[in-house]
Design a protein around this ligand. Structure first.
Ligand code: NAP
Length: 321
C-alpha cells in the first residue's frame, strides 16, 4: 500500500550572526508499505463468521467469495482492473477470507486480479482456492499450469487446489500423479475436485495421497441435485466439504415468488435466506459472487442469521415443488 506525503524544511537565516538560527522540519513521507496489513477488521467487527471443519479440523468460513466474472469471463477484461482489485480488497476487509477462483476465469486474468488484491494482506489469514481446467489434466500440463496459477496469484502456495471438471479422456491416475507431486512440494495444502459425482469422487479418493478435502458443485435452494443423488450424504460420511457454487442460482433465486414472499414475511432478504438455508446444512459451505459492495456485505451477514425452524422448513420446501 502506498502512503503519500511531503518533506518540508524551513531554514531561518540570521544575517547578523551569519548562521542558521532555527530549522523547522516537517516530515510527512512517501513509502511503499510492504508489511502485510494485520487482520484489524476482525478486531473491529468481532469475528461473527461461522466455520466448518475440513477432515483434519482446519476451519473454513461458511461464506467465501466467488470470483467468476471478476476480470473477465471466458477472456480477460483489463478495463475494470482498478475496481476489481478494490472490490476484492473491500470484501477481505469486510470479513471474507476464503477466495474461490480458477485458472479458467477471465481467461486466466481473474487469478491475476486476486493476486494483486491479496497482496497487502497477511497471506496466512486467507484461504485461496483455485481450479485447474479440464483440458489441462495431463501430468505435464498440471505441473505447468499450476506454476502459472501460482505466478498469477503471486503467492508461494495455494490452500486448496481443485480439478475444475472431470475429463473422461484423461486418466485420473495421471492427474493425481501430478497433484501428489505438488502436494509433496508443499505448494498446496489441500486438494479436491469440482463437479464430480460419487463414482468419480471415489476414484479421486483412491488416487490422492492426502484426503480429498472438498467437492465444489452446484447447489442452491432451487437446485437440489447433491441431495437427490446422495452426493451430499456421501461427502458428509467421508468428511469432504461440499462447496455450493451458484448459491443464488446466478440471480435466478430473486425471481422466485415463493422465496420473495417468505423474505417479505420474515423481514429478511431473499439472498440472505437462500445463503442461510445452505450454510445451515451440515458439511456445506458456499461462495456467492457479487460485483457490488452492498451485496457482498448483505451476503456475509447470512452467517449471523438465526432462522426459526418453521422458516427453514418453508425454505426447504421450495426445491421440491
Ligand atoms: N466449480 C464450478 O464449476 C463453478 C461454476 C460456477 C460458479 N463457480 C464459483 O461459484 C461462485 C458463485 O457462483 P456464481 O457467481 O456463478 O453465481 P451466484 O453467486 O449464484 O450469483 C451471482 C449473481 O447474484 C447476484 N447477487 C449476488 N448477491 C446478491 C444480493 N445480495 N442481492 C442481489 N443480487 C445478488 C450477482 O449480481 P451483482 O453482481 O449485481 O451483485 C450475480 O449476478 C462463482 O463466482 C465461482 O467462484 C464455480
Amino acid at each position: 500500500m502506498e502512503q503519500k506525503g511531503i518533506v518540508c524544511v524551513e531554514v531561518v537565516y540570521n544575517y547578523e550572526e551569519n548562521r542558521c538560527r532555527g530549522i523547522l522540519l516537517v516530515l510527512l513521507f512517501s513509502y511503499r508499505q510492504d508489511k502485510p496489513i494485520p487482520p484489524f477488521w476482525r478486531k473491529e467487527k468481532g469475528d461473527s463468521m461461522q466455520y466448518k471443519p475440513l477432515y483434519n479440523g482446519k476451519k473454513l468460513p461458511v461464506i467465501g467469495l466467488g470470483t467468476w466474472k471478476i476480470g473477465g469471463q471466458m477472456t480477460p477484461d483489463y478495463s475494470h482492473d482498478g475496481e476489481a482489485v478494490a472490490l476484492v480488497r473491500k470484501a477481505i476487509e469486510m470479513g471474507y477470507s476464503h477466495i474461490d477462483t480458477a485458472q479458467m476465469y477471465g481467461g486466466g486474468h481473474t487469478e491475476e486480479v486476486v493476486g494483486r488484491a491479496i497482496k497487502p494482506f497477511n497471506r496466512d489469514d486467507l484461504f485461496i482456492t483455485t481450479k485447474i481446467w479440464s483440458n489441462n489434466l495431463r501430468y505435464d500440463d498440471v505441473l505447468r499450469e499450476f506454476d502459472t496459477s501460482l505466478k498469477k496469484l503471486d503467492t508461494d502456495y495455494v490452500d486448496l487446489f481443485l480439478i475444475h471438471w472431470p475429463n473422461p479422456t484423461i486418466p485420473l491416475k495421471e492427474t493425481f500423479r501430478a497433484f501428489n507431486e505438488i502436494v509433496k512440494s508443499g505448494r498446496v495444502k489441500y486438494v479436491g475436485v469440482s463437479n464430480f459425482g460419487i463414482k468419480q469422487l471415489k476414484k479421486a479418493q483412491a488416487l490422492s495421497d492426502i484426503p480429498i478435502a472438498a467437492n465444489q458443485v452446484e447447489y442452491s435452494i432451487l437446485t437440489r441435485d447433491p441431495e437427490r443423488t446422495g452426493l451430499l450424504d456421501y461427502c458428509r460420511e467421508n468428511k469432504i466439504i461440499l462447496t455450493a457454487y451458484e448459491p443464488l442460482g446466478k440471480g435466478r433465486v430473486f425471481y422466485n415468488g415463493d422465496l420473495q414472499r417468505i423474505a417479505a414475511a420474515s423481514g429478511e432478504t431473499p439472498a440472505r435466506l437462500a445463503l442461510c438455508w445452505l450454510i445451515r446444512k451440515p458439511g456445506v459451505i458456499t461462495i456467492p459472487m457479487s460485483s457490488k459492495v452492498e451485496h457482498l456485505s448483505e451476503n456475509l451477514k447470512a452467517a449471523d442469521l438465526d432462522l426459526p425452524a418453521e422458516i427453514m422448513e418453508k425454505l426447504d420446501g421450495l426445491g421440491h415443488v
